[in-house]
Design a protein around this ligand. Structure first.
Ligand code: WTA
Length: 656
């Protein structure tokens, strides 16, 4: 199987394999009407104002957009509350009994939560937060498994106006501590543990070690999930509180704060090109406007009858926007699943789709490729005729996987929407529209109405047809408002490479029909199973190890995960290049950052190729890694690697 870059796409494209929109999607009032798309082109602000009117505002804005590049303000003067829009207004409209979340735990336990029930929990938890001293503007850190208490905690934060910072439950204590410190969070919400492949992830234990050297956290709320199976959970008197106990003592009613459209809704840390993760800031009004709009438009959502399942984890932006805020703002019914696709067996996903009658499925190409590898017999033995729309996100989807998804999961009648966006964009930016766009497998097709996207060359000139860098040409409502505590880094990272344009960090090309093809990152960010990991972050973790002199990390092509982390390591004198040593280093990174960052392979080398200015030639190392059959090797001490590095670095011009 080949990846989405290079030849595979060309082949499909040359074959002119077009997938016209299936029928039955004609009533997409929000987008299907060409007049609306035309309006979006002619009057972008008017178009976004119309989308903002789909929300309930306490006070309407006086100005749609104030743009002082690179700082945007949307719906200036408007006030609203996110939890009110996600819950109260649906209950007030008589939809209180509609299921908001069909939750399924990994061990097979289930909960069905209606909009009224979710509102009741959120109001109570809002009062819990207030009782612990959380005031408007205070930051709350959340470190939880995929259990209903997670969206409850997030929505309660939005209700009282406290920005949340959700830290993915797979992250290490160090990663949690850094994020808590950067945000100076006052309260941490966590759980005793979480389930993963039948064993307990010790979240509270991790939290305790993170808190051992942070000063800002005053209180910790602990939801019970794994109970006795995770052993006894140590609770610190005065600081730690069990979720159920504080909830039982909380007042039932909590009126929503009237928040300014531009108030900080949340922080989400993401990997950049340096070792320090960036705190991406999202606003209240613009963010909710665009996630709600895109969730309706891109998935052709009919909230009264669809059962929608986004299989991401809420710890990442996909979960924030398309498990929590988009679907709830639209009054949708969602499935939320705690575990992995292969537990207890490889039927789990298809079984969930069959049992809940899922109509819309949104997941990552890495999952799709894994299912392809497992074989067709798993999806084939389930009735998945309820499905209508299939979405893909997180990395380029290779045409083979696209066609497999269309054929074997969608039965040939579901449009596949490949959605391009980023933590920074907050919401989907480039995507087909079901029932509207003719697809080419592997292409995210066109920018959505209201979005300006162009590919440019090195000089920043627009490329009409051909390859280059993906840029965004105008502000959009859900754009990041900055990097927490570092406005200069914000300007520098996103707005300095090409004048007047946001640079996304992705390579892309535009074909002869104007279709956009995303070609992956062009910076030092890796994409492993749809998760962003910075090469610098893994390198800095490796050089922290006492035996490592130097390390260079690259993302090499991988058939399943898109990219795999390959670490080239030079050991200090006297250290042994043994398999055990390599394993130790892999474990070190997993403990330091989280298991998603564990290198697949550690290659020992006594030499790292550098440019004259001392920059590591990562591209060369990637070629070395990709040119070898690394198979399942986890550690490699192979003198030929060194020879090859030497040979390539002398035959190739330097890269800077
Ligand atoms: C990549 C995830 C190709 C891209 C929502 C981007 C994609 C990074 C796609 C953002 C797609 C995401 N096709 N590439 N449909 N979607 N990407 O911040 O490289 O975790 O810059 O947001 O993922 O990753 P992030």
């Amino acid at each position: 199987m080949s990846d989405a870059g290079g030849a595979a796409i060309e082949d499909y494209y040359l074959e002119e394999r077009l997938f016209p929109p299936p029928e039955g999607f004609v009533d997409q009032a929000v987008v299907a009407d060409p007049a609306i798309a035309e309006h979006a082109q002619r009057d972008v602000e008017g178009f976004w104002a119309d989308q903002a009117r789909a929300l309930d505002w306490f006070d309407e804005w006086h100005t749609v957009l104030e743009w002082d590049l690179p700082f945007a303000k949307w719906f200036v003067g408007g006030t609203l509350n996110v939890s009110y829009n996600c819950l109260d207004r649906h209950v007030a409209a008589g939809l209180g009994d509609r299921v908001a979340i069909h939750w399924e735990g990994e061990p097979g336990d289930t909960r069905t939560i209606t909009y009224s029930e979710l509102l009741a929990d959120v109001e109570r938890f809002s009062n819990v937060l207030k009782g612990l001293g959380v005031r408007r503007g205070d930051r709350v850190a959340i470190y939880m498994p995929m259990i209903p208490e997670l969206p409850v905690a997030m929505l309660a934060c939005t209700r009282v106006g406290a920005p949340h910072s959700v830290v993915f439950g797979g992250f290490s204590p160090d990663a949690l501590r850094d994020r808590i410190d950067d945000a100076q969070a006052k309260v941490l919400v966590t759980a005793d543990g979480g389930w993963r492949r039948g064993s307990v992830v010790a979240l509270k234990e991790n939290a305790d070690s993170a808190l051992a050297d942070t000063a800002s956290i005053e209180h910790v709320v602990v939801a019970r999930r794994t109970g006795e199976s995770g052993g006894v959970t140590p609770m610190t008197e005065g600081r730690d509180h069990w979720w159920d106990e504080v909830m039982a003592g909380a007042e039932a009613s909590c009126p929503p704060e009237h928040m300014d459209a531009e108030d900080l809704l949340y922080l989400l840390y993401t990997s950049g090109t340096t070792a320090k993760p960036k705190g991406i800031m999202h606003s209240t009004g613009g963010y909710l406007t665009q996630v709600a709009y895109t969730h309706r438009a891109v998935f052709d959502l009919h909230a009264d009858r669809d059962v929608y399942w986004c299989a991401a984890d809420i710890g990442w932006v996909t979960g924030h926007s398309y498990i929590v805020y988009g679907p709830l703002a639209n009054g949708a019914t969602s499935v939320m699943y705690e575990g992995t696709p292969d537990f207890p067996d490889k039927d789990r996903w298809w079984d969930i789709i069959e049992r809940y009658g899922v109509t819309i499925l949104y997941c990552a190409p890495t999952a799709i490729r894994t299912f392809m590898k497992w074989g067709n017999e798993f999806p084939e033995r389930h009735d998945m005729s309820s499905l209508r729309v299939l979405g893909s996100v997180g990395e380029p989807i290779n045409p083979e996987a696209w066609v497999w998804y269309w054929t074997h999961i969608g039965g040939g009648h579901c449009p596949v929407v490949d959605t391009w966006w980023q933590t920074e964009t907050g919401a989907i930016m480039i995507s087909p529209l079901p029932g509207v766009t003719t697809c080419k497998p592997g292409s995210a097709t066109f920018p959505l109405p209201g979005i300006g996207a162009e590919v440019v060359d090195d000089a920043g000139e627009k490329v009409e047809r051909g390859g280059g860098y993906l840029t965004l040409t105008r502000p959009w409502p859900s754009m990041l408002r900055g990097l927490y505590g570092d406005p200069e880094r914000y300007r520098q990272t996103y707005w300095s490479r090409f004048e007047g344009r946001y640079f996304a960090g992705d390579g892309a090309k535009v074909d002869d029909d104007g279709y956009f093809w995303l070609l992956g990152r062009v910076d030092d960010v890796m994409n492993v199973s749809g998760h962003r990991i910075s090469t610098a972050e893994v390198e800095s973790s490796l050089v922290n190890h006492p035996s490592v002199a130097e390390a260079a990390v690259v993302g090499a092509k991988d058939d399943t995960t898109g990219q795999a982390i390959i670490a080239f390591v030079t050991l200090k004198a006297g250290q042994d290049e043994t398999t055990e040593h390599g394993e130790d280093l892999r474990g070190h990174v997993a403990r330091h950052i989280g298991s998603i960052a564990r290198p697949r392979t550690v290659i020992f080398t006594d030499e790292l190729p550098k440019t004259r200015s001392g920059k590591i030639m990562r591209r060369l190392l990637r070629d070395v890694a990709e040119g070898r059959d690394l198979g399942d090797t986890t550690t490699l001490a192979d003198p030929r690697v060194v020879e090859e590095i030497r040979r390539l670095s002398t035959t190739r011009p330097t890269e800077d």
